[in-house]
Design a protein around this ligand. Structure first.
Ligand code: 3PG
Ligand code: MG
Length: 401
C-alpha cells in the first residue's frame, strides 16, 4: 500500500490532491446544524495539515448520513465545512454541489495550501450504486478534481462506494495516516491478542452484531453483552423483557449462540427499567429476569456494571463497541460510564471501536488518552474483526500508486 508519506516524498507542491474523509459526524438532536461530536473531523486534520504544509491544493470529500442519492438539505456538509475551517485555523471553501458547477469553480479557484470541501457525496446516486458503470461514471467526475487520491476515511472503508473504491483505480492512490493507524491497531486484535481478551458489545441490534459475535466467540475469553441488544438474549434465556427493545426473529439465533458460548457470554443480571424512553420517565433497577411488563430496559444495572468491571479487571486486551444504555439521557448513562471507566483502568491494550462508543467516551467527559486507541469506524472496525474484505483497503492495496 502506498502511503501519504510516499506521496509527500514524491512532492505535492502546486498539485491537487483529492482526499476522501469520513466527516459523518453526529448532530445535536435538539439544535439543528450543531455538531455534537467533532472527533471524526479532528481525526483527519493531521493528513490535511501535512498536505497543506507541502503546498497541495486539497479537495476533501465525504458522505454525511444516508440521503437517498439526491440533494437533501438535512444532510448538507455546510456546517461541517465551517467547523473544519475553525479546527484547521483557516477557512475551508465549501462547494454547494459534489461534481457540478459549484464544485468545479471551487476546485478551480484553489491555490497551493488551500482546502475545499465538496457537498455530501451521497447526494449523487452514483456514489453508493450497486451498478458498477454508474459508480465508475461518478468516480470519473470526482477523479477529475485531483491528480492523486488519499483515502483517510477509515469509517467508510467497508463500503464499496465510488469515492472509496472506484476512485482508487482512476488516480494514484495513497493511504492516509488515519487509515494506516486504524488498520495497524485492529490487526493486533485479529492476530494473537494477549490474554485474557475481553470484548464488550452494546448497541441496539443483535442482527447488526451477529457476524462479529460469531467471529469473536472462538477468539475471546469473555464476551460481555449490554445495550439494547441484551434484551433479545434475555428473552432467549426465557425471561420476559416488557417493552424493551426486542428482535423477535433473532431469539432462536440468540438461544443457539448462548448454547455454544457457555459461560464465555455474559449478560446483565439487572437493568434500569423505565416507563418510557425519556429522561424524566419513572425508572428503577430491577433484576434482569423480572422486568415489569409495562417497562423498558434503558441501561444495564449497577450489579451488572460491577460484574462487567470485574470481568475487565485483569484483561490484557479489550475491544469495546456499543453503549451499554441510552447514555445520551443522564438517568441511563451509568452503565456505559461504569464500563468505560473500567476499561480505562485496564493494564493492557484497549480499543474503543466505533462512532457511537467513541462519541460516548467524549460525551461522558472521559479522558481519551486513557484508552489505547479510539477508532473512528463503527461498522468498519466490526467488519475488520469479522475478517471481511474491506473494499477501501483492498483498493489501496491493489492500486499501482
Ligand atoms: C459510519 O458512521 O459508520 C460511517 O460513516 C459509515 O456510514 P454508513 O454506515 O452510512 O455507510
Ligand atoms: Mg454506521
Amino acid at each position: 500500500m502506498k502511503t501519504l508519506d510516499d506521496l509527500l516524498t514524491e512532492g505535492v507542491e502546486g498539485r491537487r490532491v483529492l482526499v476522501r474523509a469520513d466527516l459523518n459526524v453526529p448532530f445535536d438532536k435538539e439544535k439543528p446544524g450543531v455538531i455534537s461530536d467533532d472527533g471524526r473531523i479532528r481525526a483527519v486534520l493531521p493528513t490535511i495539515q501535512a498536505l497543506v504544509r507541502s503546498g497541495a491544493a486539497v479537495v476533501v470529500c465525504s458522505h454525511l448520513g444516508r440521503p437517498k442519492g439526491a440533494p437533501d438539505p438535512k444532510f448538507s456538509l455546510a456546517p461541517v465545512a465551517e467547523r473544519f475551517g475553525e479546527l484547521l485555523g483557516s477557512p475551508v471553501a465549501f462547494a454547494a454541489d459534489t461534481v457540478g458547477p459549484s464544485a468545479r469553480s471551487t476546485v478551480d479557484a484553489l491555490g497551493a495550501g488551500d482546502v475545499a470541501l465538496l457537498e455530501n457525496l451521497r447526494f449523487n446516486a452514483g456514489e453508493t450504486s450497486k451498478d458498477e458503470a454508474e459508480r465508475a461514471e461518478f468516480a470519473k467526475q470526482l477523479a477529475a478534481f485531483g491528480q492523486s487520491y488519499v483515502d483517510d476515511a477509515f469509517g467508510a472503508v467497508h463500503r464499496k462506494h465510488a469515492s472509496v473504491y472506484d476512485v482508487a483505480k482512476l488516480l494514484p492512490a495513497y493511504a492516509g495516516g488515519l487509515v494506516l493507524r486504524e488498520v495497524e491497531v485492529l490487526r493486533k486484535l485479529t492476530g494473537e491478542p494477549e490474554r485474557p481478551y475481553v470484548v464488550v458489545l452494546g448497541g441496539s441490534k443483535v442482527s447488526d452484531k451477529l457476524a462479529v459475535i460469531n467471529a469473536l466467540l472462538p477468539k475471546v475469553d469473555k464476551l460481555l453483552v449490554g445495550g439494547g441488544m441484551c434484551f433479545t438474549f434475555l428473552k432467549a434465556q426465557g425471561h420476559e423483557v416488557g417493552k424493551s427493545l426486542l428482535e423477535d426473529d433473532m431469539v432462536d439465533t440468540c438461544r443457539k449462540l448462548l448454547d455454544e458460548a457457555g459461560d464465555k457470554l455474559v449478560l446483565p443480571v439487572d437493568v434500569v427499567a423505565a416507563t418510557a424512553f425519556a429522561a424524566d420517565a419513572d425508572h428503577d433497577v430491577v433484576a434482569a429476569d423480572a422486568i415489569p411488563a409495562d417497562r423498558l430496559g434503558l441501561d444495564i444495572g449497577p450489579e451488572s456494571t460491577k460484574q462487567f468491571a470485574e470481568a475487565l479487571n485483569g484483561a490484557k486486551t479489550v475491544f469495546w463497541n456499543g453503549p451499554m444504555g441510552v447514555f445520551e439521557l443522564a438517568p441511563f448513562a451509568a452503565g456505559t460510564r461504569g464500563v468505560a471507566e473500567a476499561i480505562t483502568r485496564v493494564d493492557g491494550f484497549t480499543v474503543v471501536g466505533g462512532g457511537d462508543s467513541a462519541a460516548a467516551v467524549r460525551a461522558l467527559g472521559l479522558d481519551e488518552a486513557a484508552f489505547g486507541h479510539i477508532s473512528t469506524g463503527g461498522g468498519a472496525s466490526l467488519e475488520f474483526l469479522e475478517g471481511k474484505d474491506l473494499p477501501g483497503v483492498s483498493a489501496l492495496e491493489s492500486a499501482d500508486g
